[in-house]
Design a protein. Structure first.
Length: 354
């Protein structure tokens, strides 16, 4: 399936049905009076986050969505039926923006989140609503109100617990394939990964997390070099970043600084996220080279880098355990914050009780 994480969509709610002008015409009832019913309400347009989707490809070939119009009123005081609601289904993690691509309408980051995009028009009144003692045979009705219309932008940010960063050919796809069942493209040339890949890392029953691999960054990515920073949004929601540095290149410290500079230029809070730095591809290096490159990298990142090899699995289990530990702490903090947000002021004063 082709990956698509951004698209523009036009939505329009349904107009209301018109009211009806009608009079009772029955035998032995010479003065039946008006009996025109009201029009039905137009259909709303809502957007909802559902499971089973991980791309916006459905909106690549169909960009216009219009809800149905309400049914017109009918005689015998019959009100037209309301039009059904039109639901746009998107993956969890989708953000909805106004046409300017800057004004955020909604962030659908939880399953079942939904928001009203366009409200259906109200149905018009039939002539029954206009009868009075001075106007006993009104021939007036109201047309239904028009629906709302707007252009919106959909932008997907994948929901992942941990993210992989690094230069092209740093071994990110190899690492993802080694720790999960994902099968990303792996080759010996730069930019083999052109779209984000997700993999579920399992450490046993009830212990797993989602790992995201995004295309490699190069110097000048913030200005659009390479694939730019378009896919960095997919790791904005991650609890921890694993920064892989190719140990076989000449200057590992400079490679680290380039990626950090691009993260800072991008923003989104990525520069402040917990980071694990790993010197990768040690299977292709001598012990002296490993020690020398690890010392250079430690000086640049101010922490002792892990020494791993995605191809030979050396150091990979320890790295996964560190990632899972940080992810677990992040999940616990989120649960505590949610519990505190749901507590009443009285409960906060008394303290939480089971």
């Amino acid at each position: 399936m082709k990956f698509l994480d951004q698209c523009k969509v036009y939505v329009k709610s349904g107009g209301g049905g018109d009211g009806c002008v009608s009079f009772r015409r029955e035998k032995f009832i010479p003065f039946g009076g008006p009996d025109g019913g009201d029009g039905g309400r137009g259909g709303d347009v809502i957007i909802e986050a559902v499971e089973g989707l991980n791309t916006l490809i459905d909106y690549r070939y169909l960009q216009h969505y219009k809800a149905e119009r309400g049914v017109h009123g009918m005689g015998a005081n019959r009100t037209g039926s309301d039009a059904p609601t039109l639901v746009l289904k998107v993956p969890v993690g989708t953000q909805v923006f106004e046409e300017d691509q800057e004004t955020l309408i909604a962030d659908l980051d939880k399953l079942g989140d939904q928001i009203l995009l366009a409200k259906g028009g109200s149905g018009g009144w039939g002539n029954t609503k206009f009868k009075s003692s001075t106007n006993q045979a009104p021939r007036r009705f109201n047309p239904g109100h028009d629906g709302e219309e707007r252009w919106i932008w959909l932008r997907l940010k994948l929901i992942a617990d941990a993210g992989l960063l690094g230069m092209p050919n740093a071994g990110k796809s190899t690492f993802l394939a080694a720790v999960s069942a994902a099968k990303p493209k792996i080759a010996d040339y730069p930019f083999t990964t052109l779209v984000p890949n997700l993999g579920v890392v399992s450490l046993g029953i009830g212990a797993s997390f989602v790992l995201a691999d995004i295309p490699g960054l190069i110097e000048g990515a913030a200005e659009g070099a390479g694939v730019g920073t378009r896919f960095l949004g997919h790791v904005e929601r991650c609890a921890v970043l694993l920064h892989l540095v190719d140990g076989t290149q000449d200057d590992v410290a400079e490679a680290y600084r380039v990626i950090r500079a691009e993260l800072k230029a991008y923003g989104g809070g990525l520069i402040d996220k917990p980071e694990i730095v790993a010197l990768n591809k040690i299977d292709a290096m001598t012990k002296e080279e490993i020690s020398e490159k690890a010392a250079q990298l430690k000086k640049a990142c101010k922490q002792t880098p892990l020494r791993i090899s995605g191809a030979s699995q050396k150091g990979v289990p320890e790295t996964v355990q560190k990632l899972f530990q940080i992810v677990t702490e992040h999940r616990r903090a989120e649960r505590e914050a949610q519990i505190e947000a749901e507590m009443t002021p009285e409960e906060k004063e008394e303290g939480w009780k089971p």
